[in-house]
Design a protein around this ligand. Structure first.
Ligand code: FES
Length: 106
């Protein structure tokens, strides 16, 4: 297990124990993090799992695929630290990761 913290749009922080190997989108849904949708089930096809990565963590994540980059550009209010949480897998090196959930998904 690794600890992932989701910061909901109103500032509520949800720190959860994530199973290694599970996407941080699936983890958020399992813990009912508000603002996370994941409509396509994690196939990088909807952009409704958009998150902003806390400063200091973005560079530590695996690089984005071309497909993820395209989908992020279609998300609501994309920023330089935007990622799709279905494309991030919980792993030991991500213990302590902090993700901010946007005000809305599309
Ligand atoms: Fe659809 Fe991530 S769940 S793009």
């Amino acid at each position: 297990m690794v600890t992932i913290t989701y910061v909901e749009h109103d500032g509520t922080r949800c720190s959860v124990d994530a199973a290694v190997g599970l996407s941080v989108m699936d983890t958020a849904l399992a813990f009912k993090v508000r603002g996370m949708e994941g409509d396509c089930g994690g196939f990088c096809a909807c952009g409704t799992c958009h998150v902003y990565v806390e400063e200091g963590w973005f560079e530590r994540l695996p690089p984005m695929s071309e497909l993820e980059r395209d989908m992020v550009s279609l998300a609501h209010d994309p920023r330089p630290n935007s990622r799709l949480s279905c494309q991030i897998t919980a792993a030991a090196e991500l213990d302590g990761l902090v993700l901010h959930v946007p005000a809305k998904q599309f």
